[in-house]
Design a protein around this ligand. Structure first.
Ligand SMILES: Cc1ncc(COP(=O)(O)O)c(C=O)c1O
Length: 297
């Protein structure tokens, strides 16, 4: 069995305490992506991107290259180690200790980009490397690669549809590369044209919501498709982090900061309904953030 076979089919759990008070006819469910073998939702995109690339062939002597704020790199890293494919990753220099250590453990070559430029700086560095030496690198480009949203259209959406018995009425998720939101929305809409899809972004350009992008001030990913969106919500960092902590204490769910933002958005939607089944997605687990003191006080 390959590690690819363990990706997806993550649990969908109903939140009961942290959502109080909600109208009686409203349910809120969350997809727990930490259950993937690499510990995050990005296993789905990484698997699809690598599979597609392997099918098209990797030239002898070339290295795979991409930029990531961490989770995609970790997903690529474990798969590439198993497959024996060399991988170089551009990561913002201020990525936390856990991320760097895990990537080192998988033997990934790291190039650290300007911390002040965040994930956009990592994208620019990877692009510059790929265009300077096109024969040396196979640039995977998760921000432009259609295999990223496809993984969610054919995977995440199908699972949510089955796990809710086709009852999902509202879908709320954060935007990073936008693969999760765009792909899952397409897959759910194909099954329920009336699905209401709400995209969550950080309230401003400087935020502590790792993995999420504030698109008005960032490089817009080529896979981004605003036609999939029914509504936008702008998550405040502090309230999102508070909700993240409550998920541990009240629901027994240890998750990362972007899950707090997803819950914040899902609650805004759920509180405005009389009835409905609201589904959101928690992209990763909390263990990957243990060294970030401000998250635990
Ligand atoms: C922790 C975390 N949350 C959210 C996201 C956003 O997911 P997507 O890139 O599919 O939009 C990512 C993506 O890297 C992530 O690592």
């Amino acid at each position: 069995m390959s590690r690819f076979d363990l990706v997806g089919e993550t649990p969908l759990v109903r939140l009961r305490r942290v959502v109080e008070p909600l109208p009686a006819g409203v349910e809120l469910w969350a997809k727990i992506e930490a259950a993937n073998p690499g510990g995050s939702v990005k296993d789905r995109a990484a698997k699809a991107i690598l599979r597609d690339r392997i099918e098209r062939g990797i030239p002898a002597g070339a290295r795979l290259l991409d930029s990531s704020s961490g989770n995609t790199g970790i997903a690529y890293g474990s798969f590439c180690a198993e497959l024996g494919i060399p991988l170089t990753l551009v990561l913002p220099a201020n990525a936390n200790k856990e991320r760097k250590r895990i990537l080192q453990a998988y033997g990934v070559e790291l190039i650290l980009s300007d911390p002040l430029e965040g994930s956009d700086g990592a994208i620019r560095t990877a692009k510059a490397l790929a265009s300077a030496e096109p024969d040396r690198w196979v640039y995977l480009d998760q921000y432009s690669n259609p295999a990223n949203p496809h993984a969610h259209e054919l995977g995440t959406a199908v699972e949510i549809w089955r796990q809710t018995g086709g009852r999902v009425t509202h879908w709320v998720a954060g935007l990073g590369t936008t693969g999760t939101f765009v792909g899952t929305t397409r897959g759910l809409r194909a099954r329920n044209a009336g699905l209401h899809a709400v995209a969550v972004q950080p309230a401003g350009p400087f935020h502590g919501l790792e993995g999420l992008k504030h698109l008005p001030s960032a490089i817009a990913p080529a896979i981004w498709d605003p036609r999939t969106v029914d509504g936008y919500l702008w998550a405040p960092t502090e309230e999102s982090l508070e909700l993240r902590q409550r998920l541990g204490r009240e629901e027994g769910l240890l998750v990362g900061p972007s899950s707090g933002a997803a819950l914040w958005g899902a609650l805004q939607v759920a509180r405005g309904l009389e009835s409905g089944v609201v589904v959101t997605l928690f992209p990763d687990g909390g263990e990957r953030y243990v060294s970030e003191e401000h998250l635990w006080d």
